[in-house]
Design a protein around this ligand. Structure first.
Ligand code: NAI
Length: 333
């Protein structure tokens, strides 16, 4: 049986990870979770947010699924999520955004996926003060041809594999002529290898407008790190919120699946969190592993559950606790 590293994380992480484990067990998914701890609780015990055994297990099993991890503010900590992506060169942050049938939001029929470059841009952490009085600060945005090429290629390959006809490249090259200009130029070059797929170019501010007016017209979106981060929260809001938004961090030989949301300290430990985002991340992980029969079985059970308003958690307008929602999904399985 294939092993998958499970990192529950902190905040609502342990509650939603429990839900994932119970649902996978009920569906008899042929994987074994290799669980390791990271986050605030383990920091208090060991002085390290991510102990060495977490890295060992990620490297050993090559596939991991993780809950959110709180980044302590103002104590010199770098985000664990950003560090993991960098360390393992997980350059593609893939975030599918899909309307859930029966779940009424302002929009219907949204089915798009965001490919966010995950290792470059403004997230490289190179910032400094320009003056001794600290009244002027600078952040460096790094864009490389190689980094741009591989993320755009991933987006086009995804479109090709799923029979989609359009890839939208999001940029601000009218202002950031060198960095975003390089990304856009590289995208244009990559696109020439995919004659059956149209490449659409949109400036990021216009993209925001288009997404809140006509989101159903997008299929595959590819963009740089910061724009991708912001657009994916915006898109999560279009289909029902952070509680249902899954994600994956993919490299060439290692993958970490995780929900888009954070550790939600305001509801942690209260059995209120929606576990769907992590469950959908798990479903996408099963597809990635070639276990699509199990993925569809769980997805169908989830859809049957959520289609009934009384079978939803509070963030989706329902009243179910995390544990009760989990039981409903298991009943459908
Ligand atoms: P957040 O995503 O944790 O919460 C934003 C809002 O959405 C809160 O009102 C929260 O209750 C709600 N929410 C989030 N997930 C939910 C769920 N599954 N069910 C129901 N409601 C949900 O964002 P915030 O507050 O900005 O970040 C909190 C902490 O999480 C920070 O320390 C941040 O660094 C960390 N974080 C970690 C991430 C990760 O590990 N991948 C990603 C984003 C943030």
């Amino acid at each position: 049986m294939q092993k998958v590293t499970l990192i529950p994380g902190d905040g609502i992480g342990p509650e939603i990870a429990e839900s994932l484990k119970e649902i996978f067990a009920a569906a008899k998914v042929p994987i074994q979770f290799d669980q390791v701890e990271a986050g605030q609780a383990i920091l208090d015990q060991t002085g390290s947010l991510v102990p060495d055994n977490v890295y060992q297990k990620i490297e050993e099993n090559k596939i991991a699924i993780k809950g959110p991890i709180t980044t302590p503010i103002g104590q010199g900590f770098r985000s664990i999520n950003v560090s993991l992506r960098k360390k393992y060169d997980l350059y593609a942050n893939v975030r599918p955004v899909k309307s859930i049938p029966g779940l009424t939001t302002r929009y219907q029929d949204i089915d798009l996926v965001i490919f966010r470059e995950n290792t470059e841009g403004l997230y490289i952490g190179e910032e400094h003060y320009e003056t001794d009085d600290h009244n002027s600060a600078v952040a460096i945005k790094r864009i490389t041809k190689q980094g741009s090429e591989r993320i755009v290629k991933s987006a086009f390959e995804h479109a090709k594999k799923h029979g989609q006809t359009k890839v939208t490249v999001v940029h601000k090259a009218n202002i950031l002529k060198l960095t975003d200009g390089l990304f856009l130029e590289t995208a244009r070059e990559v696109a020439t290898s995919y004659p059956n797929i149209t490449m659409e170019e949109l400036i990021v501010d216009n993209m925001c407008l288009q997404l809140v007016t006509h989101p159903e017209r997008f299929q595959v979106i590819v963009t740089m790190n910061l724009y991708g981060d912001i657009l994916s929260d915006l898109c999560a809001g279009l289909v029902g919120g952070l509680g249902i938004a899954p994600g994956a961090n993919l490299g060439d030989d290692l993958a970490i699946f995780e929900a888009v949301h954070g550790s939600a300290p305001d509801i942690a430990g209260q059995d209120k969190a929606n576990p769907l985002a992590l469950i959908y991340s798990g479903i996408n992980m099963l597809d990635y592993m070639g276990l699509s029969d199990y993925a569809r079985q769980i997805e169908n059970a989830v859809l049957k559950t959520v289609s009934q308003p009384e079978h939803r958690t509070a963030d989706l307008g329902g009243q179910l606790a995390t544990s009760a929602f989990t039981q409903k999904v298991i009943n459908y399985l």
